[in-house]
Design a protein around this ligand. Structure first.
Ligand code: ZN
Ligand code: ZN
Length: 176
């Protein structure tokens, strides 16, 4: 499949300045047009009353219904996500379907009761977005801690890595 566009789909309202920033930066990284769609509702059935979190798989399924052709889709939500075997996730990708989702909730300093830092929040969001889109281009996790494809187990991992691909991952990306 020849990917010609990346589509950003906000679940509920996401701050416009963040969406515009991601659009601009993702365009630079992937050299593809980035389209921002209208916000869609949260997948209510994905909510776990017990965990007070949403199952990320429901977001992937919700985005699948839209049936975009030759496009990659990145959902963006601001609710806390999990998958059944993990306490929480920053994001989730389904490369076979070309669909991924990121959660902004744990990227905000306020989540940890620290003062808001917008520039830090923006760069974290960009790293997670690039990471999940990297998966959609069939990149796997990278052992290089500075590479954007390094798996973030905690926010420290996210803050340590850069928004860029290491030379090995970049080579795989270009060879797609
Ligand atoms: Zn990953
Ligand atoms: Zn790498």
């Amino acid at each position: 499949m020849a990917i010609d566009t990346i589509i950003l789909v906000p679940f509920l309202l996401i701050e416009n300045n963040l969406l515009n920033y991601l659009q601009r930066e993702l365009n630079k990284t992937f050299q593809l047009p980035i389209i921002i769609e209208k916000p869609i509702p949260l997948p209510k059935s994905g909510y776990s009353e017990k965990r007070k979190q949403y199952d990320g798989n429901y977001f992937i399924n919700e985005l699948k219904k839209k049936e975009y052709k030759d496009k990659l889709v990145l959902g963006i939500c601001d609710v806390d996500l999990y998958v059944p075997h993990l306490n929480f996730i920053f994001g989730l990708a389904s490369p076979l379907q070309g669909i991924a989702i990121i959660s902004l909730t744990r990227l905000r300093e306020e989540f940890y009761n620290r003062p808001k830092k917008e520039s830090l929040f923006f760069i974290r969001s960009l790293k997670e977005a690039i990471h999940e889109i990297g998966h959609l281009f069939n990149l796997e996790h990278c052992k290089n801690q500075k590479c954007v494809m390094f798996f973030s187990n905690s926010l420290l991992d996210t803050d340590r890595k850069g928004p860029n691909f290491c030379s090995a991952c970049l080579k795989k990306l270009k060879g797609r």
